[in-house]
Design a protein around this ligand. Structure first.
Ligand code: NAD
Ligand code: MG
Length: 302
C-alpha cells in the first residue's frame, strides 16, 4: 500500500436525499486501468457505510474486477452479508485489491486474491480453479471486469483496441463462465455487469456499447439454458458511477469531470449505491429473478 495521504471521499449526501448539485470533480487522468485509491475524491465502496444482514451466509463468490469500483462494492457487501469472496484484477491494481481483501477478511470471511489478465483463456481457467480451491467451491459468479476507452472516429479505432474491448468484455465472461459451470449447482447465480450503453449507445463508445449489448444477450440466453439446472443468470446495467474506469480513458477528461451531471439526480452513483442489486441477485431471495437486466442510471432510465 502507498504512503500517500488518501483523497477525501465523495459522499452522495443523506441516503434519503439522493439528488444533489454536481460536485464538479477536479480534472484528473490515470493510465488504464487506474486506481480507486488515487481518485479525487475517493469513490465510496461502502467501506464505512454498508451494513450486512446475513443474506449471503455460507455462499462462495468470485467477482472479476473486484479490486475497485462496482466490483469492489459488491465484494465488500457480499462479505458483510456472510459470503466468502474471491476477486480477480490486473497485477497493476494490487494496491486497490489489498484494501478489498482486507475489508473481506475484517468480516471474518475467507478472501482470495487472483491477479492476472483475463484476455487470456488459459489464465481464466486457472483463475477459476484457484478461486474454487481457495474458497472450497463456487455458488456465485460475477462477471464484472470491463474495458472502456473512448474514441470519437471509427477510422481512429485500432483493431487492437476493438479486440481488447471484446476480449475483456465478451470473451472473458464466456471463458470464465465455462470454467465455473462444472463447479456450480442448483441455487447458483451468475451476474454480468453490462451498462446503460447496451440500450443507449454513445457515439464515442462504439466498441464498448456493442460489447455491453452482448452482455445483456449473454444473460438472457444463458438464463434459458441454465434454468433446468437451477442456475440463475442476470445482467446489471449501471449508468454513470464514480470509478477508475471513467478517469482512465473511459470518458474524455471534461466528461469525467461532469460524470452523471445530466442525470435527473444530478450526479454519478457511488459504487456502494449499486451493491444492493448484486446482493439481491446473488441471494436466495432472488430465486425468481433470471434472464433479466436491472438498471441504476440516475433517473433517465434504461
Ligand atoms: P473499475 O475500473 O473499478 O473496474 C473495472 C475492472 O476491470 C478493473 O478494476 C480491472 O480489475 C478489470 N479489468 C479490466 N481489464 C482487465 C483485464 N484485461 N484482466 C483482468 N481484469 C481486467 O470500473 P467500474 O466502473 O467499477 O467497472 C465495472 C464494470 O461496470 C465494467 O464492466 C463496466 O463496463 C461497468 N460499467 C461501469 C459504469 C461506470 O460509469 N462506472 C457504467 C456502466 C457499466
Ligand atoms: Mg480496478
Amino acid at each position: 500500500m502507498s504512503d500517500t495521504p488518501p483523497n477525501p471521499p465523495f459522499r452522495s449526501g443523506a441516503l434519503d436525499q439522493p439528488r444533489m448539485i454536481h460536485p464538479d470533480f477536479p480534472e484528473q487522468h490515470q493510465p488504464a486501468p487506474g486506481l480507486a485509491t488515487r481518485m479525487d475524491p475517493l469513490p465510496d465502496h461502502g467501506e464505512e457505510s454498508y451494513r450486512g444482514s446475513g443474506r449471503l451466509k455460507g455462499k462462495r463468490a468470485l467477482i472479476t474486477g473486484g479490486d475497485s469500483g462496482i466490483g469492489a462494492a459488491a465484494a465488500i457487501a457480499f462479505a458483510r452479508e456472510g459470503a466468502d469472496v474471491a476477486i480477480s484484477y490486473l497485477p497493476d491494481e494490487q494496491e486497490d485489491a489489498d484494501r478489498v481483501i482486507a475489508a473481506i477478511e475484517a468480516e471474518g470471511r475467507r478472501a482470495a486474491a487472483l491477479p492476472g489478465d483475463i484476455r487470456d483463456e488459459g489464465f481464466c481457467k486457472e483463475m477459476v480453479e484457484s478461486a474454487v480451491s481457495q474458497l472450497g467451491g463456487l455458488g456465485v459468479l460475477v462477471n464484472n471486469a470491463g474495458r472502456q476507452q473512448y474514441c470519437h472516429r471509427l477510422e481512429d479505432l485500432a483493431s487492437e483496441d476493438f479486440d481488447a474491448t471484446m476480449k475483456v468484455n465478451v470473451y472473458a465472461p464466456f471463458w470464465i463462465t465455462k470454467a465455473a459451470l462444472p463447479h456450480m449447482g442448483t441455487g447458483g447465480s451468475i451476474i454480468i455487469t453490462s451498462s446503460v450503453q447496451a440500450k443507449s449507445p454513445a457515439g464515442h463508445l462504439f466498441d464498448y456499447a456493442q460489447s455491453k449489448a452482448a452482455n445483456v444477450a449473454f444473460a438472457q440466453s444463458l438464463a434459458k439454458q441454465l434454468a433446468p439446472r437451477g442456475i440463475r443468470v442476470n445482467a446489471v446495467c449501471p449508468g454513470p458511477f464514480w470509478t477508475p474506469l471513467q478517469i482512465s480513458g473511459g470518458q474524455t477528461p471534461e466528461k469525467a469531470q461532469q460524470h452523471g451531471a445530466s442525470q435527473p439526480l444530478g450526479r454519478p452513483g457511488q459504487p456502494v449505491e449499486i451493491a444492493p442489486i448484486y446482493v439481491l441477485l446473488a441471494s436466495d431471495e432472488g430465486s425468481y429473478l433470471t434472464g433479466e437486466f436491472f438498471g441504476a442510471v440516475g433517473g433517465s432510465g434504461l
